[in-house]
Design a protein around this ligand. Structure first.
Ligand code: ATP
Ligand code: MG
Length: 137
């Protein structure tokens, strides 16, 4: 089965929406294989989003991702990567479809509630970025 890395971002943690968002994953049939709450360091956030380091929004993205604790989890299931992206909705909540996590919980493109791996290659890197093998069940 496929695994993907999901992050409940600082806006959603601060808004008390951890449980509501995790319920979306479980209701959709994705299984939680690992879960923890952490405060990202600047270096951790920069490394995680390294693919965006030349983009104009990179400094504000790192600032946002380190502004409070995040909840990181490994979601598992058939086609978990695409299914999680479908549950999340578009990057910009104003463009996110009705019933998606970003439509319901995000407030701006810069505070968009959740992250999800965008490919099998990203998922492999991102799961390993936060979890060792013995933390995944
Ligand atoms: P994520 O990687 O967080 O799951 P995504 O894959 O939908 O989001 P990316 O293109 O990877 O979108 O961008 C990473 C993050 O950078 C976005 O989630 C968003 O918070 C931020 N971002 C992207 N584009 C913009 C923008 N134009 N202005 C501000 N922030 C942006
Ligand atoms: Mg992305």
């Amino acid at each position: 089965v496929e695994q993907t890395l999901s992050i409940i971002k600082p806006d959603s943690v601060g808004d008390n929406n951890i449980g509501a968002i995790i319920a979306r994953f479980e209701e959709a049939g994705l299984r939680l294989a690992a879960l923890k709450m952490i405060q990202l360091t600047k270096a951790q956030a920069e490394g995680f989003y390294a693919e965006h380091k030349e983009r104009p929004f990179f400094p504000s993205l790192v600032e946002f991702m380190t502004s409070g604790p995040v909840c990181v989890q490994v979601l598992e299931g058939e086609n978990a990567i695409v299914r999680n992206r479908d549950l999340m909705g578009a990057t910009n909540p104003e463009e996110a479809a009705e019933g998606t996590i970003r439509r319901d919980f995000a407030t701006a493109v810069s505070a968009n509630a959740v992250h999800g791996s965008d490919s099998a290659e990203s998922a492999k890197r991102e799961v390993a970025y936060f979890f060792s093998a013995d933390e995944i069940h």
